[in-house]
Design a protein around this ligand. Structure first.
Ligand code: TXA
Ligand code: MG
Length: 320
């Protein structure tokens, strides 16, 4: 096991970021690969390290809502939604798309007029962001299209020496990426389901909200690309109640009960708890993916609460 980041490690990570390096750091959702937005050449290195296309914009991470003014503007018509959402969910797994300010390099936003911003809740991330001089843009710390990292070890295996430093904050509590909500249009819309559930957002807004995550009419977030979050092993989602017809070495990602007849079985939550399932999702997939199986079969989970984000990731992982 790796060593949890100490105060000295946080200071080292901050120094590297301030000097234009790239650092993997923990958030409550997944590990991020960060660069200071004051160093566009470091931002460019993130795309290289991940082999990520430049058309895929990065989320900007703030230490507090107070520094939002440096990167974004709140449209008059979205002020109320902004206040309710940030009071309810920041710090936490919610990213808001807002009109960007000129100070944000175009590389960060892929030339879009909007910027994604969030205030993460992980204590190490908060401490780090409070001592780095500029906001930190960070995608998930994995190669483009691959499984997201929820342990420092996942980052080390996937990106290794491509990053200047990995700050270890233990396992990520939420386990799926932030929910992305745009506040740059007439009505708030969910562009990526994630760690804050649609139900909780609707409760706070006092109205229903459209989820546009899987629409193909317009790709706004490449998390919306059909294949994403994918293991190297082929993955197939079973229909409810379906049992395997496949031959070979098959692994199962089970919802709440272990099943026999598989080479390996990972259970997302024996208690049938969708939060626990989200927390375990990527680590379970990483484990199965390392076993050299012919196929990973997946039991669907209920599509409510965090189940919406889980099934969104699994569907994308199954489109090789
Ligand atoms: O929880 C998270 O959001 C994690 C942690 C590290 O904060 N980050 C994350 O970043 O998931 P990434 O890059 O793997 O996914 C960000 C998604 C991408 O699909 C990107 O296209 C979308 O956010 N995005 C970012 N800025 C955007 C913008 N201005 N307009 C539309 N989509 C945007
Ligand atoms: Mg990602």
């Amino acid at each position: 096991a790796r060593r949890m980041g100490t105060e000295a490690d946080i200071e080292r990570a901050a120094r590297i970021l301030n000097e234009g390096g790239i650092v993997a750091f923990p958030t409550e959702t997944v590990y991020g690969l960060g660069a200071s937005i004051a160093h566009p050449e470091a931002v460019a290195r993130i795309f290289e390290a991940k082999e990520r296309p430049f058309f895929d914009p990065l989320i900007v991470h703030l230490g507090s809502v107070g520094s939002l003014d440096r990167v974004a503007r709140i449209p008059e018509r979205s002020k109320e939604a902004f206040d309710s959402l940030t009071q309810a969910f920041w710090p936490g797994p919610l990213t808001l798309l807002l009109p960007k300010r000129d100070g944000v390099p175009d590389l960060v936003t892929s030339g879009l007029p909007t910027v994604g911003v969030r205030v993460p809740a992980h204590s190490l991330a908060r401490r780090l962001l409070s001592i780095v001089h500029a906001p930190v843009c960070a995608p998930s710390a994995n190669r483009f299209g691959r499984l997201s990292p929820t342990l420092a070890d996942h980052v080390a295996r996937d990106l290794g020496t491509r990053v200047d430093f990995i700050l270890d904050g233990g396992p990520c509590e939420v386990g799926v990426e932030s929910t992305i909500v745009t506040l740059a249009e007439d009505e708030p819309k969910i562009l990526r389901p994630g760690g804050v559930s649609r139900e909780d957002i609707e409760r706070v807004l006092g109205k229903s909200i459209e989820v546009r995550a899987d629409s193909s009419e317009q790709i706004q977030a490449p998390g919306q690309l059909a294949s994403h979050y994918a293991p190297r092993t082929p993955l197939r989602i079973l229909r409810p109640g379906e049992s395997s017809q496949a031959r070979g070495r098959i692994g199962l990602l089970a919802w709440s009960k272990p099943r026999t007849g598989y080479e390996a079985c990972e259970v997302l939550s024996t208690a049938g708890d969708l939060r626990e399932a989200a927390t375990r999702l990527f680590a379970a997939l990483h484990t199965l993916d390392r076993m050299g199986l012919d196929l990973i079969e997946v039991e669907p989970v209920p599509e409510r609460g965090l189940g919406l984000a889980i099934m969104n990731r699994l569907r994308k992982a199954s489109h090789g």
